[in-house]
Design a protein around this ligand. Structure first.
Ligand SMILES: C[S@@+](CC[C@H](N)C(=O)[O-])C[C@H]1O[C@@H](n2cnc3c(N)ncnc32)[C@H](O)[C@@H]1O
Length: 269
């Protein structure tokens, strides 16, 4: 049995991959870059040489201390010993505004929570280049109607355009993980306004929709507490098949159903 490194610590040992990740961020010379989990600094050193301002955040106290002393003389680099999941990202930007470029070889044990945290800060993020487990990348980039399409896909595509850049084998890391890894670029562009939906309500609706993969969308919505008559009427009015499963429904259709259901529930109050 292979032991799992603590805090998802599989360090990148492929300099060409580190370079490609930083290149994928585009021009970072004027803005603020947030690096999630810099670890021993495989990507950090390339970022530090290019970024206008770099904030590197690691939960591991000894790794954060090591990087802090390495960059003590560079006032463009800030190392924070902090949990990324509780970091207020808006607070990293200067008073003059701008948006963050986010980068990281993510700790895989908390990939989904990190993504959700990024989406909560979508209004202050311009783009993100992140390394995730290959299977998770496939889910994030999936098209509706495919097996991989799910809650993570819909949520991500609500906030960003997704590009699959390249995949690395376990041997690109030390220690090697048990899985392949894929680098994605997310170009943030929220679809909330064009779909006419509110963030919290629609994300709750998506969670309800995907709660049980084997059930139809209508069953999941009823199970979540929406009145059977309201659910049936929403499917009828929108013309969406009442036997459809959530993974087959494109975001635009899901938003239409959500708006209709919400309108009828509000007018019944
Ligand atoms: C996969 S390693 C990547 C390290 C380095 N960037 C590299 O590519 O070699 C993930 C890093 O995330 C850090 N980490 C784990 N959980 C974290 C959290 N909740 N907040 C911030 N950093 C975290 C780990 O300590 C580790 O340094």
């Amino acid at each position: 049995m292979t032991s799992k490194p603590k805090l998802g610590q599989n360090f990148l040992a492929d300099p060409a991959a580190a370079y490609a990740i930083v290149q994928a961020l585009g021009d970072i010379s004027a803005g603020t870059v947030l690096e999630i989990g810099p670890g021993k600094g495989a990507i950090t050193s390339l970022l530090a040489a290019r970024a206008g301002h770099l904030v590197a955040v690691d939960l591991d106290a000894s790794l954060a201390a090591r990087l802090t002393s390495e960059y003590a003389m560079d006032d463009r680099v800030e190392v924070l010993h902090h949990d990324i999941l509780t970091l207020d990202m808006a607070g990293l930007l200067p008073n003059t505004g701008g948006k963050l470029a986010v980068v990281g070889n993510l700790p895989y044990y908390i990939t989904s929570p990190i993504l959700l945290h990024l989406f909560e800060h979508a209004n202050v993020i311009d783009r993100a280049v992140i390394m995730v487990q290959r299977e998770v990348a496939d889910r994030i980039a999936a098209a509706p109607g495919t097996r991989d399409y799910g809650l993570l896909t819909a949520t991500t595509q609500l906030f960003a355009r997704v590009e699959n850049l390249f995949t690395l084998p376990p041997s690109a890391f030390s220690p090697p993980p048990e899985v392949y890894s894929t680098v994605l670029r997310l170009t943030f562009a929220s679809r909330l306004a064009d779909l006419g939906i509110d963030r919290l309500g629609f994300i709750k609706f998506l969670k309800e929709s995907f709660a049980q993969k084997r059930k139809t969308l209508a069953n999941n919505l009823r199970f979540a507490g929406h009145g059977p008559e309201n659910v049936a009427a929403a499917f009828r009015r929108t013309g969406i098949s009442s036997t459809i499963r959530a993974e087959a429904l494109p975001l635009e259709e899901a938003a239409r159903l959500y708006r209709d259901l919400q309108d009828s529930e509000q007018s019944a109050q």
